[in-house]
Design a protein around this ligand. Structure first.
Ligand code: HEC
Length: 133
């Protein structure tokens, strides 16, 4: 009886740990994928707008086309969109198809697993650029 309880306790502990480990791995893979974005985008506490806007706080209720100090294209200025994982997935596969007239020149990330990892990486950054994980 005791050993059965111990086993289920251990299984529970492993079950709780698994998502944390998985997302840490995803984020590490996502960080490498973010190299495809770095020419134009920065994240983190010292991030600055460049060719593209800072990407902090992207999944924290951020409205598209509104990062302070960045000059967006007309296509972006007229968007009425709040970023979330679902619309980001669609966008990043084909930015110019989803938002005609955007000045984001990026062919797209097509692989769903890669996009999942990229999201895990970006999600770590709060709007002030601090890492939340
Ligand atoms: C060659 C430069 C370039 C690359 C590479 C690039 N972007 Fe962009 N991105 C831009 C520009 C420029 C904009 C602003 C779009 C506009 O105003 O039309 C933008 C906008 C965005 C936005 C919208 C931000 C907002 O404030 O609404 C997201 C999200 C984004 N990019 C994500 C990415 C990700 C993720 C990658 C890498 C997989 C990437 N971009 C690669 C140039 C780039």
């Amino acid at each position: 009886m005791r050993s059965a309880m111990f086993l289920s306790g251990a299984a529970l502990a492993l079950g709780l740990m698994a998502p944390t480990l998985a997302s840490a791995q995803d984020a590490a893979a996502g960080e490498r994928l973010f190299n495809q974005c770095r020419a134009c985008h920065q994240v983190g506490e010292t991030a600055r707008n460049g060719v593209g806007p800072v990407l902090n706080g992207l999944f924290a209720g951020r409205k598209a086309g509104t990062w302070a100090g960045y000059t967006y294209s007309d296509a972006y200025k007229s968007l009425d969109k709040t970023w979330n994982e679902d619309n980001f997935r669609i966008y990043i596969k084909d930015p110019r198809g989803v938002t005609p007239g955007t000045k984001m020149v990026y062919a797209g990330m097509k692989d769903d697993a890669q996009i999942t990892n990229l999201i895990a990486f970006l999600k770590q950054y709060a709007a002030d650029g601090k890492r939340t994980q």
